[in-house]
Design a protein around this ligand. Structure first.
Ligand SMILES: [Cu+2]
Length: 161
């Protein structure tokens, strides 16, 4: 009798005390149905070296996701930023005239739902706001950056598997 009660107690402990929900730590795990958050902040996320080059402003600087996940950018900074797709191969260099390869069209969010494998942007993301969800539809490597601060190395990478 005591053993039964003990098993019941252990089962309760093992399942946790959050009925109706999964622990937050499992949401971005392999399997691909979670929302993966990328924090946007130039003050908090300083220059970091990555295999593709030095970057800053996004955390994590290289984000791993699974197909089926969705990505959301959260601007915790006190100024406006974007996160805008640049390339699937590398951080694009400045244009011949020295300007950013991210065009001003990226300041406007497209009306249709966005997927990672097509050109995507958060649009101009005001301080303290979160972007719409970008669905991870295909594996690959996706380089992105901020329209305003790309030449200052505000860049990030997403690796989808
Ligand atoms: Cu920025």
């Amino acid at each position: 009798m005591k053993r039964v009660v003990l098993f019941g107690l252990l089962a309760l402990l093992a399942t946790g005390c959050t009925p109706g929900g999964q622990p937050a730590s499992t949401l971005s795990a392999v399997g691909g149905n979670g929302v993966v958050t990328i924090d946007v902040n130039l003050t908090l996320h300083g220059l970091t070296s990555t295999p593709a080059g030095p970057v800053l402003g996004y955390s994590p600087p290289v984000t791993s996701v699974a197909v089926g996940d969705a990505i959301q950018f959260v601007n915790s900074d006190n100024t406006v930023h974007t996160a805008t797709f640049v390339s699937k191969t590398a951080y694009a260099p400045p244009l011949p005239d020295g300007s950013s390869p991210i065009g001003s069209a990226s300041l406007t969010v497209p009306q249709s739902a966005q997927v990672l494998s097509q050109a995507w942007t958060t649009g101009a993301l005001p301080a303290g706001t979160a972007s719409g969800l970008i669905r991870v539809d295909q594996p690959g490597t996706y380089f992105y950056g901020c329209f305003y601060h790309y030449l200052g190395k505000m860049r990030g990478e997403i690796v989808a598997q």
